[in-house]
Write a protein that binds this ligand. Structure first.
Ligand SMILES: [Zn+2]
Length: 319
């Protein structure tokens, strides 16, 4: 819509721990930002109040074309309803689009957060000009957004892109989804930290605990990463293992979607090539040759604002 191009847009990333609201121009330049805790345990009404407060902090101008929301859960995009969210307790069939629309009298668009991030990277980040791309967020869990022929893919129930729950090892660790051996039980930050704790408890020699104030419960993926920079052998071994499992999941994605580009974002992507190189090697070795040759696997560019920028881009993409 040409008339939208000169206007400002609001993007909101609604996650289990944070709400990130931004005011952006139509080129993805962030002009204002409000970041606050979502305090999801307080339930939908309290969280919705905080979303509205957060939008009010950034939507201070008259020339706003609309509001986009990327939410951590399954969304019915057509009706703007969050149908179910494992990260937002109590959110069943919440008509968030209507609620926000009534409050601000602006067009509102709702999308799953990782799917929004795929659009954000496509419009403003590493995926500009690429119509077949998969965005993967590797953090506490693993989420994904799928862009096929320039269109976001939602699936029959709006839950497409739950790639973190593809089975990698049928005998693997239990997953919060009820299955076992899901990708995110083997290749997420949570999985990396869990393995580190297991090995330390078993008596492995490592400096990882020095980066965690000597406390097992403070061992995190980031702290394992810090230990690799001191040459810690166990830390390096654990990250190699995580990268290997990351690569195995990527093989499946490459074989199914034949994407031009896979962008890796989320907290673990801060490890950069330490994670990406071995994962890419697995893809080169194991994926079907034709799509393996076609795909580039890169770090996402928009960082922690990918979801909010993608949510804002929903306003631009809508007709
Ligand atoms: Zn699972």
């Amino acid at each position: 819509m040409p008339e939208k191009l000169g206007k400002m847009i609001v993007g909101v990333d609604l996650g289990g721990s944070k709400i990130n609201a931004i005011l952006s121009d139509s080129s993805g330049n962030i002009k204002k930002q409000d970041l606050r805790d979502s305090r999801a345990h307080e339930g939908p009404d309290a969280v919705i109040k905080r979303i509205i407060e957060s939008i009010k902090q950034v939507a201070t101008r008259a020339d706003i074309a609309g509001i986009g929301i990327g939410a951590a859960g399954a969304c019915d995009v057509a009706t703007g309803v969050i149908t179910l969210s494992p990260n937002l307790p109590g959110w069943y069939n919440i008509p968030l689009k209507d609620i926000i629309q009534r409050e601000f009298d602006l067009p509102v668009y709702l999308e799953n957060d990782a799917t929004a991030a795929a659009l954000g990277e496509h419009c403003f980040g590493g995926g500009v000009g690429i119509d077949n791309l998969i965005y993967i967020c590797v953090g506490t869990g693993i989420g994904g957004g799928i862009l096929i022929d320039g269109q976001l893919y939602h699936g029959a129930s709006g839950s497409a892109g739950e790639i973190g729950h593809m089975t990698i090892d049928i005998n693997g660790p239990r997953c919060p989804c009820g299955n076992s051996g899901c990708w995110e039980t083997l290749a997420s930050g949570t999985a990396l930290a869990r393995e580190a704790v297991k090995r330390i408890e078993a008596g492995a020699r490592t400096s990882i605990l020095n980066f965690a104030d000597g406390q097992l419960e403070k061992v995190s993926a980031h702290r394992v990463y810090l230990a690799t920079r001191e040459g810690d052998r166990l830390a390096n071994e654990l990250i190699s293992q995580t990268a290997h499992y990351l690569g195995v999941g990527l093989v499946n994605i490459v074989n199914i979607f034949n994407p031009q580009l896979i962008l890796i974002g989320g907290g673990l992507s801060r490890m950069g090539q330490l994670l990406l190189e071995p994962a890419t090697k697995v893809v080169r070795e194991r994926a079907y040759k034709l799509p393996a040759r076609a795909v580039r696997i890169e770090l996402a560019r928009l960082g922690a604002d990918a979801e909010a920028l993608g949510a804002a881009a929903l306003v631009l993409e809508s007709s």
